[in-house]
Write a protein that binds this ligand. Sequence first.
Ligand code: KIV
Length: 301
Amino acid sequence: MSAYSEAPASKVTVPFIQRHKVRIDGLKPLTMVTAYDAPSARVVDESGAEMILVGDSLAMVVLGYKDTLSVTTDDMAYHTAAVRRTEPKALVVSDLPWMSYHVSVEDTLNNAAKLIRAGAEAVKLEGGSKRVHMVEALVEAEIPVQGHIGLTPQSVKVMGGFLVQGRTEEAAQTLLLDAKRLESAGAFSLVLEGVPDVVAKLVTEQLDIPTIGIGAGPSTDGQVLVFHDLLGYGFGRIPKFVRKYSEFASQGIDAVTQFVADVRSGEFPSQAESYTDTKGLLASWSERNGQADFEQPYLVG
Ligand code: KIV
């Protein structure tokens, strides 16, 4: 149990998430945070969040790309495995990257299987009605699916940027229809990204599966944020919907700058940070090698 939070008492499962409707049950909202490696997974799991998302935001916040289109299924599997090796209580959801579920059902199933074998407990994919047959095929193959509609970053070129969606009556209706279709296809939850709060509220009220919002206001059944955004560990533009809970990047720069200064001034390393107990090695080394000038044996003490 985490010292800091109301951590889940046991392993979080897909049915646990699927049943979690704040409106119906008066439950507290779900939380999901992205993680991409073992340390970030440990931090998120310690927080008590119910879900870790190995998001394809990996491309932007870890790998330095301008959008999410460059990551592959192999990249996602590699990072999923690192997250899962920490054996988190949180449910591990992994993003199917762009073009991994667009070509054929066979391709989709093979790519999703790669993520599941790497340690994912569910996959997430972007898009509404267009993706319903892929969702059905995945669910049929016993792979839990989380939907993702609204601002779908994999569609950045079609949307013309990372722009808020569902702002007109027609767009909001399409969003609602997409949400209902994904639910009928078997999705166990749905991420709503970058939509007006009233639209997110309407969709949330009309679904039996939980909605997880990001830039979608307070009425969804849960909230998700990107690890680097909420820690202030990013270097790009921070969207309006992000709340920074720390200034990790600037604290990191301060720390590393201090290290560089300490090395240059001779302040680091100190005696306490050095191995000084030779345990007789120096004497025996000198005896065997006849070298009396060997002063700093290493890997001792
Ligand atoms: O990849 C990601 O981090 C995501 C979240 C923004 C929901 O999909």
